[in-house]
Design a protein around this ligand. Structure first.
Ligand code: NAD
Ligand code: TDX
Length: 361
């Protein structure tokens, strides 16, 4: 490794070149909360451009690699002795998991399990004081709880797991391993289960940036089925603030639900993006909503997610700062103001994915 451990606190962040991980890293360094050792495999969704602002910062150390590479993880832990690990690294897209579940098992289950094992071996050798304050925070999703009907109460931390997609099954398995490492070996783990995130730097395979990109390029905007599936949207910065609070004040062995109390039907979200674009980037050909096309539904498509985030609000004092309507408008502006970022992520691999997922829909 080229750089030495900087002075003060240091976090090992995995998946820190992705959408949410990069937001966490940028925020952590901006607030001088801790130095960051950033371990990322740089898969199709890992993007060093997301970290351009901190690549020369001596408090940011970037290591390319897999969380499942035990030799590498052993070396990083020995050399950098982090005060906490925040695990964002994962295969993250439901549609890709439907096309091929195997990479999801490799990264989210087998990779995570090796990573936990390496962490445990290293943690057991720490002096008692350091071992007691160390934290392993695993970032998970509301999708592990399955699907709600229109009037069902929101998911709580006690809702039984019922994953429906290969992605959510792999995340559920990862949560179970994290829990088991706490129950069996006493590793001080925490889990957060968050709803759908939106904001800058999200890879345009996910709904909001995909809609924006397709609208701006005059392509069809694909909506799965009737468009009445409901997601609970949370700004990525609010998610990162909740992760920080959980790290500082959460009780090891516990899980915390995080959500935006902003349930929206997919069609509503798409129409809102089209209306925003009509205002700020009017298309001479007509309203962007003309591009919306109902296409074949996602198999096993979860009907509705909703999160009861009372526990993290009451126990840790978290509250989201972004309102969805304003946050969405700011997000649209970010993509419009960063055409180079948008152009760069549309590599050949991205175009192949779009062709594969949407061609025969
Ligand atoms: P993303 O796909 O944008 O980023 C994932 C990052 O992990 C990438 O940088 C990738 O290169 C890296 N990575 C993948 N496999 C790896 C491996 N084996 N070793 C090291 N690095 C690896 O995903 P995201 O949207 O930023 O999601 C981050 C985490 O948050 C995931 O665990 C996801 O399940 C969870 N989550 C996401 C959302 C959401 O709405 N996006 C909501 C709740 C939870
Ligand atoms: O082209 C599309 N058309 C469409 O109608 C796409 C890509 C999606 N959709 C629908 C499917 C979902 O109901 O929009 C909704 C959101 O889809 P995604 O952006 O793929 O997100 P989702 O499947 O809800 O999962 C997301 O939230 C939870 C993240 O991708 C996960 O990583 C996270 O755990």
């Amino acid at each position: 490794m080229p750089k030495k451990r900087p002075e003060g606190k240091l976090y090992l962040v995995t998946g820190g070149a992705g959408f949410i991980g990069s937001c966490f890293v940028l925020d952590c360094l901006a607030r001088k909360q801790a130095a960051v050792l950033n371990l990322d495999k740089l898969t199709y969704s890992g993007n060093l451009q997301n970290l351009a602002a901190v690549m020369d910062d001596p408090r940011h150390i970037f290591a390319t690699g897999d969380i499942g590479d035990t030799a590498l993880v052993d070396e990083l832990l020995e050399n950098y002795a982090p005060e906490a690990i925040i695990n964002f690294a994962a295969e993250s897209h439901v549609d890709r998991s439907i096309v091929d579940p195997t990479p999801f098992v490799d990264a989210n289950v087998a990779g995570l399990c090796s990573f936990l094992g390496a962490t445990l071996r290293w943690w057991r050798k720490l002096p008692a004081g350091q071992a007691a304050t160390f934290r392993f925070l695993h970032i998970s999703t509301d999708e592990v709880f399955g699907s709600l009907g229109p009037t069902d109460p929101a998911f709580t931390e006690k809702t039984p797991y019922a994953p429906n997609s290969p992605y959510s099954a792999s995340k559920a398995a990862s949560d179970h391993f994290v829990r088991a490492f706490h129950e069996t070996y006493g590793l001080p783990t925490l889990i957060t289960n968050c709803s759908n995130n939106y904001g800058p730097r999200q890879f345009p395979e996910k709904l909001i940036p995909l809609v924006l990109l397709n609208a701006l390029s005059g392509r069809d905007i694909p909506i799965y089925g009737k468009g009445d599936n409901v997601r609970d949207w949370l700004h990525v910065e609010d998610h990162c603030a909740a992760i920080n609070l959980t790290l500082e004040r959460g009780t090891p062995g516990e899980s915390y639900n995080i959500g935006g109390r902003s349930e929206r039907r997919n069609l509503e979200v798409i129409e809102a993006i089209c209306a925003l674009l009509d205002k700020v980037r009017p298309d001479p050909q007509g309203h962007y909503a003309r591009l919306i096309r109902h296409v074949q539904d996602r198999p096993g498509h979860d009907r509705r997610y909703a999160i009861d985030c009372g526990k993290i609000e009451h126990e840790l004092g978290w509250k989201p700062a972004h309102d969805f309507t304003r946050g969405l408008a700011e997000t649209v502006d970010w993509y419009l103001n960063n055409p180079d970022w948008l152009a760069a992520v549309q590599s050949g691999a991205y175009r192949n994915w779009v062709e594969k997922n949407y061609h025969n829909r």
